[in-house]
Design a protein around this ligand. Sequence first.
Ligand code: AMP
Ligand code: MG
Length: 408
Amino acid sequence: MNPVGKPGKTGSLLPVEAALERLLDMADASRIVECEHLPLAQVEGRVLAEDLISTLDLPPWPNSAMDGYALNLADWQGEPLPVSQTVFAGQSPQPLESGTCARIFTGAPLPPGADCVEMQENVDVQPDGPVRFLEPLKAGQNIRPQGQETTIGEMVLQAGTRLGPIEQGLAASLGCAGLNVVRKPRVAVLSTGDELVEPGQALGPGQIYNSNRVLLCSWLQRLGCEVIDGGILPDDLPTTRARLGELQDVDLILSTGGVSVGEADFLGIALREEGELALWKLAIKPGKPLTFGHFRNVPVIGLPGNPASTLVTFALLARPYLLRRLGVQNVEPLKFAVPAGFGWPVAGNRREYLRGRLEQGRAIIYRNQSSGVLRSAAWADGLVEVREGRTLSEGDEVSFIALSELLG
Ligand code: AMP
Ligand code: MG
């Protein structure tokens, strides 16, 4: 580990990409490799542990893409063809009798010998049965060839893929009843701060409700983690030390608060004493102070405590770190370029992640971007990225990251 960005000395800020790169390197070095086999219905939100290789051609045989009539083009000179068989989906057709066509329905196997399907809308069925084809016909039309989607031996999903409804559907189409997935990471959440009280209790003077705890616990569950709720940690060293010591069977300790400049940073002290500590000042807003290290052998990430800072640093740094621990390669969220619906006259020295929305194709931002205002994110659909050193006029392009992308 390479502690960097010691606080306060040079005043230089670590760019977001550099911090992410370091976090991902650490994650690669401590990949969770244990896996478990789960029924397909239970893999949602988990990460595939090994490549999924097709044991089937898909479709397994050529079939009709339409309700209509199958024929062999060589048999057809323009005259009506009699219908010699009817094939529904799930049936096994006879070879096509020469000089005839077959009534066929979507998904039904193509009779051997047929090389063309015409949709029923383009034929005229004569009173005595024969079918007149009204439009020009082309070999292969309306036929889904065998192996069109995948062939035996082909890799269909790569190890490290996050599994959701679409991947579950795809695995089912290949006949998989279950998949090997990476075991759930165990993540402990600690909320530091003497001022914190849990919702449901009365607020004393100077106290506020703990919002980060439930925010992170729910989010982590969405990311397929097993969450250990470490509760509120008071701002004192012996308790911090003791609590960290109790959490030695987890894959990550995620704490919030206590990393602001000027504050007694008990987490940092404990990490220095019994592990290793990197204190970063990041070029990110909201955010900036971030702790990374380990206590004994357990990795620890300390996020800043202001709720919007917690959200942004978790989304952009801790989330990709965790996903990479599980072997996910593509951990960066999709960004869209959209025109700004606001001006940004003064360039900042930190990259801003403004809580914003798309309205009529333009990004607009919440009126109050204070790092303490979580309501900004509840109002927002996404984070609008304004790079450090940048000013904006309305209409200039900015990047937009949908919150839905980050929350799952
Ligand atoms: P800190 O990083 O501990 O200095 O916290 C920065 C700000 O975030 C302070 O105003 C804290 O009261 C607030 N804060 C810290 N932790 C939480 C939390 N879990 N829930 C809500 N606000 C918090
Ligand atoms: Mg605090």
